[in-house]
Design a protein around this ligand. Structure first.
Ligand SMILES: [Zn+2]
Length: 129
């Protein structure tokens, strides 16, 4: 097992969401590192569930959980997402479905759905323990 405590972020590739997520997660979960799994509009990918990317994301989450001992998976949806350009309301629906998808993997870890708003502040929306 790697040194230090890890959390896992399934984040957008958007450069604006990386630091807010890492800073928030370090405090929220008292971890040293945040493993980053990034796609363009990951909430759409995991809500839809049909893309080959779902398996790719899952494989990377498994590495973070099994090799780094992560106990918290943070699922991110955010304001002004170019990869999933829908309203906040639709993002929150996608976020809920994404958490459902991750939950179906039965990893035995906590899953936290967050919304990153127009001020790049992280807001916890869903907590599945
Ligand atoms: Zn995005």
């Amino acid at each position: 097992m790697a040194q230090g405590n890890f959390a896992t972020a399934i984040n957008c590739m958007d450069g604006r969401t990386q630091e807010p997520t890492i800073n928030w997660a370090k405090k929220e979960f008292n971890v040293d590192y945040v493993d980053a799994i990034t796609e363009a509009g990951p909430d759409k990918i995991l809500a839809d569930g049909s893309s080959d990317l779902v398996e790719s994301i899952k494989n990377r989450v498994l590495i973070s959980v099994e090799k780094h001992g992560s106990k918290n998976i943070i699922m991110i949806a955010h304001h002004d997402c170019a990869g999933n350009p829908v309203s906040k309301e639709e993002h929150l629906v996608h976020l809920e479905k994404s958490v459902e998808t991750i939950s179906s993997w039965n990893l035995g870890v906590d899953i936290i759905g967050v919304w990153i708003d127009e001020n790049w502040k992280v807001n916890k929306i869903i907590e599945r323990t």
